[in-house]
Design a protein around this ligand. Sequence first.
Ligand SMILES: Cc1ncc(C[n+]2csc(CCOP(=O)(O)OP(=O)(O)O)c2C)c(N)n1
Ligand SMILES: [Mg+2]
Length: 799
Amino acid sequence: MTAQGKMTAATDRTMLEQVEARLLWLSHWMIHHANHIRPSDDAIKIGGHQASSASMVSILTALYFSVLNSRDRVAVKPHASPVFHAMHYLMGRLDRAPMENFRGFGGVQSYPSRTKDHDDVDFSTGSVGLGVAMTSFAALIQDYVAAKSWGADLTAARMVALMGDAELDEGNVYECLQEGWKHDVRNVWWVIDYNRQSLDGIVHEGLWERAERVFEAFGWDVVRIKYGRLQQAAFAEPGGAQLKDWIDQCPNQDYAALTFMGGAVWRQRLLDDLGDQGDVTRLIESRSDDELSALMENLGGNCVETLAAQFAAITHDRPVCFLAYTIKGWGTPIAGHKDNHGGLMTPQQMQAWQARMGVREGHEWDPMEAVPDPAAFRAFLDDVPFFAATSRRLDDVVVPVGDISLPAGGTMSTQAGFGKILDMIAKSDTDLAARIMTTSPDVSGTTSLGPWINRRKLFAREARPDLFRAQNIPSTAKWEFAADGQHIELGIAEMNLCLVLAAAGLSHRLFGKRLLPVGTVYDPFVCRGLDALNYACYQDARFMIVGTPSGVTLAPEGGAHQSIGTPLIGMSQDGLAAFEPAFVDELAVIMGWAFDYMQRDGDSAGAEHSTGWLRDATGGSVYLRLTTKPLDQPGRRMTPGLAADIIKGGYWLRPPGPNCELVIAYQGVMADEAIAAAGMLGEQRRDIGVLAITSADRLNAGWTAAHKQQASGNATAQSHIETLLAPMHRDATLISVIDGHPATLSWLGGVYGHRLISHGVEHFGQTGSIDDLYRHFGIDRHALVTSALQHTPPRRRQV
Ligand SMILES: Cc1ncc(C[n+]2csc(CCOP(=O)(O)OP(=O)(O)O)c2C)c(N)n1
Ligand SMILES: [Mg+2]
């Protein structure tokens, strides 16, 4: 190295150490402020962040201030949120007010949040393990996009996860490793904050060995960052090898406890174990207590210089796992204590520490406080490549959807209709067809994606022909992989499905290239991916998830595959508009709307899309619950009015007459049972209405939103369900039916206080024919008729 080079490296080290000190201080000050200074009427003190943040200060410093560029994307472990935000504050990208309001309403969030934080979060974290896996799928989507003609200008960036070691307990981490290996994933870095502590305690000895073997098995490079600069220098001194040996042998618990107790205790213990051994004794004795604890705490993951050098040494695009040894609570008085996850410095501890950090009273929020040469430091910060971009939140133009309709007569299931609609789009040479990306956890064929895949192929970076085709063996499914392929084949793990949808659904934000992702899954297994689905919605990823087949209607498929609660999931999941159409023309309307809805962005779409108070202008994701049971199609003309009602959530299939005593409300596949029951009752009850519900979710959301409008003074606010049910006489009875949990529709009785008898499914697991099961659960036409006769008075004799 030249003298000049040495100078620069040393200056950089000093600068990085100053950044590190600033982040350590500011992050802890914001936590302290929230706990001890901000007036708050809740007495509960908040822990969890302090020790966990300190652990990662060096890693964030080295990455953001020395290695990353502004295209790189990072998932930061939940409890490092204060360090992450302190960094933006230091860079002048975040105001003091939200910092002071950490964990308060509208303030900096407890865990980095794409949607709720004020600064530049790439991936939300919170549910541990998901942010980690998200980076691997974002890398896959990056490859997918870059392989397309419209995405070829994308420059590859690194997708980085800064993760806690206890995140390795989450199964979805391993599921994604396997999937990533299948897709030859690249440009992914995971930096494990190996502080050997989780929430409750200290992790098992030797975790690193298992972790290394797992990563290597899936083709990752593993870089162990165990010793910092001071330790490396000490190891080179006479006796250093013995010290290194001692460190390597020291159990995690011991190391943590000694760290907590500090220099004098370190000395005592080291001399007990290594005393009177000549060189090594001299090595220990030549250091003061403070120097000794600084040496022992100088693990690789707490040494910015070592970290920066190790990161910078990676010049390939293979996935890399960095195992960075750290000390939880590093640099603070609570370092190493096994209870420190929820631990907080006391005001007294804080005061002493503040003095040690050289921060003057009243200057706690000053970004440049305790910086020896503010001008030089500012100049260094101004040159940090990661912060060069003014905005890292990208966007892409809206893809026109055009007209999606399907001339449907005869008999068809919604699942078959879904396959046909996608096939129709696949045949077209439109932007819509180009930007749709499908994916499925090993059920693409059985969820009717076959025709789409035949036309649009599977995605792989390296083309692979369909060998069966090449050998002229007849098969209905083409299974050809190509770089321009538009279906991502997944193994069975549904968490991975939802994480791919999350990553693809953020493609416009991350890569500036919009995708319209469509994922299919057997409806009951929506629950298997549910936390990842929730995670995807929380980040405002935009996608369509199709649960099919569903309910007990998939009867012969097997009792264990029946879904009961998914309609309630559809209603309760924030960010997801759920539909369960009965007829294929409804489905076509819904899909056309959905592809547009997925692209809306409250800021730009304005009020023009608003229907009622459904927050339609903001857009969101869509869940379709479909079925394989064919129904006779109505063969009607789709009018704009009908289409609008389908999107609002319901319409009168048969409007109630003037003397209506009974309304049968159905959702989805129960249409034919409801229609048949109405027919059977026609002789005995007058003017029966049949209410088609395409989305209990949107009807219900409209209803509660209207109430809020009314409460805030808008007396004329009326929701769609109120409009629909207005003509129903107060004494008339509602009978609801759904192939799912009856609570989905039972709230309809609360709209105007109609008596409501709900039919649905509360138990599962029984196989049988559809008729058997409908009868068994009392959702068949006969059960509806019996209910109706029981709960509505007999028709009065005409005089
Ligand atoms: C899915 C999930 N389960 C439980 C939690 C609660 N939780 C938050 S942090 C944590 C332990 C984290 O340990 P580690 O990842 O090692 O991070 P550290 O605090 O050591 O930095 C737990 C159990 C969570 N956030 N997500
Ligand atoms: Mg840990």
